[in-house]
Every structure is written in C-alpha cells, then in structure tokens.
Design a protein around this ligand. Structure first.
Ligand SMILES: [Zn+2]
Length: 69
C-alpha cells in the first residue's frame, strides 16, 4: 500500500504537547547487547573476537599480547 502523504515542517505551536510527547515515545536509547566470552568469561559485543584472550567460536583467531595490561 502506497501512501501519498506529503510531510513538511509544522510550526512548533501547531503541535500540541501531547502529540509531541506521543511522537517521542519511540525515541529512546537501548542498552547494548552484551555476551560473555565462552573461553574466559569476558563481557563482549556479539560476533566479535574476545579482546582479552583472542578467541572466537572456540578458536584463537587473534594473538593477544598478555604482557601488556
Ligand atoms: Zn575471552
């Protein structure tokens, strides 16, 4: 279904407080997804190699210098 709507600027005083607040109910920050490394338990972003041990999907994929801490 195609809507033939033309949206353009509406002066602030023409938009009620309720309409403005109702529109902004969808604007919110979301907490980032955090998983844990299966090798060392370090908190991680999903689909990323672990920055502490260099493991991803049970294999060491990157070398991590463990002396630098
Ligand atoms: Zn790890």
């Amino acid at each position: 279904m195609k809507l033939d709507l033309q949206l353009f600027a509406v002066p602030a005083r023409r938009v009620s407080k309720t309409a403005k607040r109702a529109r902004r109910t969808h604007l919110k920050k979301e907490a980032p997804t955090v998983t844990t490394c299966k090798n060392c338990g370090n908190p991680l972003a999903p689909h990323r190699a672990c920055s502490k041990c260099g493991y991803y999907k049970g294999k060491e994929v990157i070398k991590v210098n463990k002396e630098e801490k």
